[in-house]
Design a binder for this molecule. Structure first.
Ligand code: KG4
Ligand code: ZN
Length: 356
């Protein structure tokens, strides 16, 4: 039994969780999203203030929900980065304080590794049966990365976005339509409503597919699509409900087509062969979208690989349980922070730099 108290304060969710090996005992998430809505994005100073105000309560709730006391914890884990510097700082200083006070080892976790390994939470199979190399796809508000997993803890980014992340692009598109923040889930709702009402034809507006015809440049790029969408929205004003449905569906569909096209090209052209029945681990807030999961599953099937997604809704967006899952593997490898007092935040921590 490896009970880990994990903390994540990388962006606008204050989260603490208790995990036991790959099981989740508690996963408390205090979202600040509604407070940031008026700014159309996350305001770092506000995020820091809210983390500071909530962190003790959230940690206490995670421990009581897991029916656990600090002395029973095997280690404390915390997100070191990437994320907002002054927000990361709050979780890191609290984790240091607890590790020192209760004489526990401290584990520093990369937030993207947390998203990547989130499908392994409550994993039903023996992890030793897992085949490597495997693939990973992280689609969040800040990252769009296709990753080669040589083994757990050893990652290479095969391709990533050159500008905006997929979630960021969805958020910006939703804002252009006056739908609020964070926009990914709202756009999905509009797209679903459009289908229910038999309105919202993804082909009603011709948006340019990013990087079309540039098969040699296998990377994601959403800024051109964003600009094209801005022009289209301006042209279509005043917006009626029907126009909003059609615009939302068109943007979402083009953004996902690009995700799948570049992922497929990269998997096909990457200079290694996948082992039969390899897995594709998929995590991040955008993966909560039913339509994107459907498209990813179809792509994986075409490559003869199996797409694995988190098995609960709370595991998609930012949460501390995924940090506990990543920390469990580090615990097994005894990768503890050597000098707890000097652990520093890494706001631009890349998953390919883990272990360097
Ligand atoms: O992983 P996450 O919670 O935070 C980051 O690490 O960035 O991802 C947040 C992103 C936001 O851009 C949000 O709009 C998007 O995930 N998102 C969605 C959905 N739910 C959240 N995008 C599409 N469909 C959803 N249902
Ligand atoms: Zn995240």
């Amino acid at each position: 039994m490896t009970k880990i108290l994990a903390i994540d304060t990388s962006c606008d969710e204050t989260s603490a969780a208790v995990t036991d090996n790959l099981s989740i005992l508690s996963n408390i998430i205090w979202s600040q999203a509604s407070l940031h809505t008026q700014y159309g994005g996350v305001l770092p100073s506000l995020a820091q203030r809210e983390h500071k105000a909530r962190i003790d309560f959230v940690i206490q709730k995670a421990l009581t929900s897991a029916q656990c006391l600090m002395p029973n914890i095997s280690a404390v884990a915390v997100t070191q980065g990437p994320g907002l510097a002054i927000a990361l700082e709050v979780g890191i200083s609290k984790a240091k304080e607890l590790a020192i006070k209760y004489h526990k080892p401290l584990i520093a976790v990369n937030h993207i590794e947390g998203h990547l390994l989130s499908p392994l939470a409550n994993f039903k199979f023996q992890i030793s049966n897992f085949k490597f190399p495997a693939l990973g796809l992280v689609i969040s508000g800040g990252h769009t990365e296709l990753i080669k997993i040589n083994k757990i803890g050893d990652y290479e980014i095969l391709t990533q976005t050159q500008d905006d992340a997929l979630g960021e692009a969805l958020d910006k598109a939703a804002r252009m339509l006056g739908l609020g923040y964070p926009g990914g889930a709202i756009l999905e709702k509009m797209a679903k409503l459009a289908c229910l009402r038999r309105q919202g034809d993804p082909k009603s507006y011709a948006l340019p597919l990013p990087m079309a015809g540039k098969e040699q440049d296998n990377y994601f790029s959403y800024s051109g699509l964003k600009t094209a969408f801005y022009r289209l929205v301006e042209k279509e004003k005043p917006l009626t409900k029907e126009k909003i449905y059609n615009l939302a569906v068109s943007f979402q569909s083009t953004a996902f087509r690009h995700l799948i096209r570049v992922s497929s090209l990269t998997i096909r052209s990457s200079a290694y062969s996948l082992v039969p029945s390899a897995s594709l681990l998929v995590g991040g807030g955008v993966a909560a979208n039913v339509e994107v999961r459907k498209r990813i599953r179809k792509m994986a099937k075409e490559f003869g690989i199996k797409a694995l997604f988190p098995n609960s809704k709370k595991l998609y967006g930012d949460n501390a349980a995924m940090i506990g899952i990543a920390a469990y593997f580090k615990f097994q490898r005894k990768e503890f922070v050597k000098d707890i007092a000097s652990l520093d935040r890494l706001p631009r921590f890349s998953i390919s730099d883990i272990g360097i």
